[in-house]
Design a binder for this molecule. Structure first.
Ligand SMILES: Nc1nc2c(ncn2[C@@H]2O[C@H](COP(=O)(O)OP(=O)(O)OP(=O)(O)O)[C@@H](O)[C@H]2O)c(=O)[nH]1
Ligand SMILES: [Mg+2]
Length: 183
């Protein structure tokens, strides 16, 4: 945004389910001076892409759905249909581990994913299971968040900062540099 200006950005959301979700996004969009498009199905997506085709950066927020929700497959299908030009980021809450992690994330592995975002590191400083899951799938970490403030608590991945949020010193661990990023 700072580099390319608000006219280069548009926000899309398919999250029409959460009460006041779209209103909340509209408030952020108004502050930033960028348009919001609400996507209720493939035709909306097609129309919105036509309207915003001059924008260099289009961010699409999808609805968080339970693996048992039948709308999930539909959402994954249209995300997949957008092809290789779409970069897909998987949001992984840092506290997930074991079977919950496997079950929640399983449907998203069908997608061709570019990277992950680790959230709620402040609530779960021991996020080894989530990091191991990402490393096994060779999914790089692009960002992490450690609080509710937007945008102050969202950080591009820097290992020193992530380890700091986990209250670890870099020298206490074997992880230095960007080895997960490269994994
Ligand atoms: N403490 C803390 N809270 C967070 C963090 N990230 C998000 N939250 C809070 O968690 C709640 C849900 O966050 P959202 O960003 O709406 O989560 P979401 O992934 O979009 O959820 P779905 O759309 O339902 O999948 C909000 O109250 C956020 O403020 C974080 O890193 N730390
Ligand atoms: Mg959401």
């Amino acid at each position: 945004m700072l580099r390319f200006g608000p006219e280069s950005v548009a926000l899309f959301t398919s999250d029409t389910y959460r009460i006041a979700g779209v209103e909340q996004l509209n408030i952020y969009a108004r502050i930033l001076g960028v348009p919001v498009e609400v996507i209720r199905g493939p035709q909306d997506l097609f129309d919105a892409l036509q309207r915003q085709q001059g924008r260099r950066w289009i961010f699409i927020d999808t609805m968080g759905l339970s693996p048992r929700d039948e709308r999930l497959d539909e959402q994954l299908l249209w995300l997949d249909a957008l092809g290789p030009h779409l970069q897909r980021f998987l949001l992984v809450p840092a506290s997930l581990a074991g079977r919950s992690l496997e079950q929640t994330m399983r449907p998203y592995q069908k997608l061709s994913l570019n990277a992950a975002i680790l959230s709620k590191v402040d609530e779960a400083p021991a996020c080894g299971a989530a990091l191991e899951w990402l490393a096994q799938r060779k999914l790089p970490l692009a960002f992490f968040s450690d609080g509710q403030k937007v945008p102050e608590d969202i950080h591009p991945l820097r290992w020193e900062q992530l380890l700091g949020a986990m209250e670890l010193q870099p020298q206490e661990t074997a992880v230095t540099g960007n080895q997960y990023r490269e994994a």
